[in-house]
Design a protein around this ligand. Structure first.
Ligand code: TXE
Length: 479
């Protein structure tokens, strides 16, 4: 494969109305100039998606065949995994280990999982009065606009694409402007797999231009969005005009709660990966750590030593575990949160400084703050970087009260050997995902999404069928 920089619309690679550079954040070099879809190209993508959706070649396609196409796409991602993973690492700055061993294998597994759903979208037969047969059908929505972020570029794209295609929709995918390249490669593989032209369109572009035009376009039936809570609000507001359906997977400030009776070595490992995996650019990052007061000093010593061992490195090196922050803007944003933590009086125990590899790149040290107070910015706002805020708690009720003191509700972790306590804590945490004695586990079959201002709707799992189908109730007179 080779890099693609043009828009994929209706099976053709076309020019956009503008271009923008995509930068390797580890070297600060421009990798490529990517074409941007303006309103005219968004309109063309919608027309071609609509035509392809209504074409009997897709509409009436035998579901087993749709399943095979998804499976074939998974095979093609697998066959080209090395190149796609390298591209992801160059574009995003994430360690090669994460791209090649975690993100891309998930993409493959996800297309396979949803290949399995394509021929199992059955409805119900409803008992009704009188001589009638009443049954339901699950029908596709039509044209899905998928708008995805830069932290797991191809992975999250697959969270939207796989179920949308399995359910028989056409898709227009807009990757984040920081990381367009792997989405374009996926578009190429979808064509090669045999999806009819126009069923998978990929149109890079900046959010307020391409993304906004998609959200406002009356020809798109649903926007499936992952990104910041702030942009999620704009998307929901703009979608209201054409009453589009929306599903939103938004920000988080997820708590990781460590009780004194936990396996502290395991908890320290889990807390470390919970915040530093993916450079902390993870919507479910365990960015608020709550430690039971009686063990806090002991636990923090272990954690700080682990954080200090997480040195930044060249993302292409297989041993690197802390890569480059995705962009200059995000680098500045994370550093400004670190400054605010210091100026508001939190105690900096590890990291806290920008870093570089060979004198270049947007790196930041693994950073741990202690003695954070609940009203500090670093305890309340999503930082989306390798920055951990630590607070103390006295007992279970105090832990839960503090953990739930957030506008978000994406995920929550708890570490304890007491099974009853784990479940009591889990039941009361306001979160779409709970992890007990583990953190950051995902599978294509397990639903993921947020409570409160972390979003609405669910990605993955059986639940995703409802996001990409609509129900039709059919009445048949039997007399
Ligand atoms: O996110 P945006 P940004 C958070 C994180 C980060 C901050 C800013 O805290 O520091 O957001 O990042 C598209 N209409 N998260 O600005 O804007 C955009 O092009 C339609 C958390 O990059 O949410 C991209 O494709 N679309 C988050 C996508 O929205 C628009 C992941 C996400 O970008 C648009 C990313 C508009 N008006 C950032 N404006 C998570 N929790 O997963 C932008 N976009």
């Amino acid at each position: 494969m080779e890099l693609r920089t043009r828009l994929l619309i209706g099976g053709e690679w076309v020019e956009g109305s503008d271009r923008f550079p995509t930068v390797n954040p580890a070297t600060e070099e421009v990798i490529a100039e990517v074409e941007e879809a303006g309103t005219a190209e968004v309109d063309a993508a919608v027309r071609s998606a609509r035509e392809a959706f209504e074409d009997p070649a897709w509409r009436d396609m035998d579901p087993h065949r749709r399943s095979k196409l998804l499976w074939r796409l998974a095979d093609l991602v697998q066959e080209n995994l090395e190149f796609i993973a390298e591209t992801e690492t160059r574009d995003n700055g994430k360690p090669a280990f994460e791209s090649a061993k975690v993100d891309l294998p998930f993409v493959v597994a996800n297309f396979r999982y949803f290949a399995g759903w394509a021929d199992k979208l059955s409805g119900d037969v409803i008992p009704v009065s009188g001589p009638f047969l009443n049954y339901t059908l699950r029908e596709p929505l039509g044209v899905i606009g998928a708008i995805v972020p830069w932290n797991f570029p191809l992975n999250i794209a697959s969270w939207k694409l796989a179920p949308a295609l399995a359910c028989g929709n056409a898709v227009i995918l807009k990757p984040a402007e920081e990381t367009s390249l792997t989405a374009l490669l996926l578009g190429e593989l979808a064509l090669e797999a045999g999806f009819p032209p126009g069923i998978v369109n990929v149109i890079p572009g900046r959010g307020p231009i391409t993304g906004q035009a998609m959200v406002e376009h009356p020809g798109i039936d649903k926007i499936a969005f992952t990104g910041s809570t702030e942009t999620g609000r704009i998307v929901m507001r703009s979608a209201a005009e054409s009453l589009k359906k929306v599903s939103l997977e938004l920000g988080g400030k997820s708590p990781n709660v460590v009780f004194a009776d936990a396996d502290l070595a395991a908890a320290a490992r889990g807390v470390t990966t919970g915040i530093f995996y993916g450079k902390g650019e993870v919507c479910a990052a365990g960015s608020r750590l709550f430690v039971e007061a009686s063990i806090k000093d002991e636990f923090m010593d272990v954690l700080v030593a682990r954080a200090a061992g997480m040195t930044v490195g060249d993302p292409t090196h297989p041993k690197t575990r802390l890569g480059a922050i995705v962009s200059k803007a995000q680098h500045e944003r994370v550093l400004s949160y670190i400054e605010s933590g210091i100026s508001e009086g939190a105690v900096l125990r590890a990291g806290g400084k920008p870093a570089s590899v060979d004198g270049r790149g947007f790196f930041i040290e693994a950073t741990v703050f202690d003695d954070v107070k609940p009203d500090m910015k670093i305890a309340r706002e999503e930082i989306f970087g390798p920055v951990l805020a630590t607070l103390a708690f006295s007992d279970l009720d105090d832990a839960i009260d503090q953990a739930n003191e957030t506008i978000y509700g994406l995920a929550a972790g708890v570490w304890t050997r007491d099974v009853g306590k784990a479940h009591r804590d889990g039941r009361r945490e306001n979160a779409g995902t709970g992890w007990v004695n583990t953190y950051n586990r995902y599978e294509p079959g397990s639903p993921f999404g947020g409570w409160k201002q972390a979003g609405c709707g669910r990605d993955l799992g059986e639940r995703a069928r409802e996001e990409y189908t609509q129900t039709k109730s059919v009445w048949v007179a039997l007399d």
